[in-house]
Design a protein around this ligand. Structure first.
Ligand code: HEC
Length: 149
């Protein structure tokens, strides 16, 4: 007796079709959800630093701390002068913006556009004004008279 051949190739049972449909829609909607609601690139600075140029969280050539915006700072701020000038200056947002304006007016620094915020954020976060430059004053001192006076 000869077995009857199935000429349809793969037979999709109706249930299988439904599963396939659900599966495909999951992938499509999943992809759309990631595109529309996924993590957004908020930084203008999308270039990543070559890990080989870093050592212990510090960019070896410039000595700048590795953090968001590092590449933007390197590109815009280390062409005219050493990064030491940046590192030794600790300022707040206002002062950094004023320093940048001063360099733009008098030293030929180019307009930074959106990168200015990236740079100032980097600087204020990684090189903040040091609150405690000196030993805080002593409190709770138990004074006593010196003997022999
Ligand atoms: C077009 C050249 C140029 C670029 C680019 C540049 N600077 Fe300067 N900057 C200068 C010059 C010139 C000085 C004065 C140097 C001196 O006094 O020896 C200076 C001085 C400074 C000082 C010291 C200011 C002070 O009050 O003593 C800081 C801090 C500084 N720059 C930070 C930056 C930062 C941050 C960037 C990136 C946004 C940057 N610079 C980009 C030219 C530039």
């Amino acid at each position: 007796m000869q077995e009857k051949e199935n000429n349809d190739g793969i037979v999709f049972k109706p249930i299988f079709k439904v599963v396939l449909l659900i599966f495909t829609s999951f992938i499509i909607f999943g992809a759309l959800a990631i595109i529309f609601y996924g993590p957004r690139q908020t930084q203008v600075d999308i270039t990543e630093i070559d890990p080989e140029l870093l050592e212990n969280g510090v960019h070896v050539r410039t000595g700048l701390i590795e953090a968001d915006g590092l590449q933007t700072v390197i590109t815009n701020c280390t062409t005219c002068h050493s990064s030491k000038l940046i590192i030794q200056n600790r300022m707040g947002e206002e002062q950094w913006n004023a320093t940048i304006r001063w360099m733009q007016k008098t030293q030929g620094l180019w307009p930074l556009g959106e990168n200015q915020k990236v740079i100032v954020d980097y600087l204020t976060k990684n090189y903040p004004v040091l609150e405690k430059g000196r030993r805080p004053p002593l409190t709770d001192i138990d004074w006593y008279p010196l003997e022999g006076k």
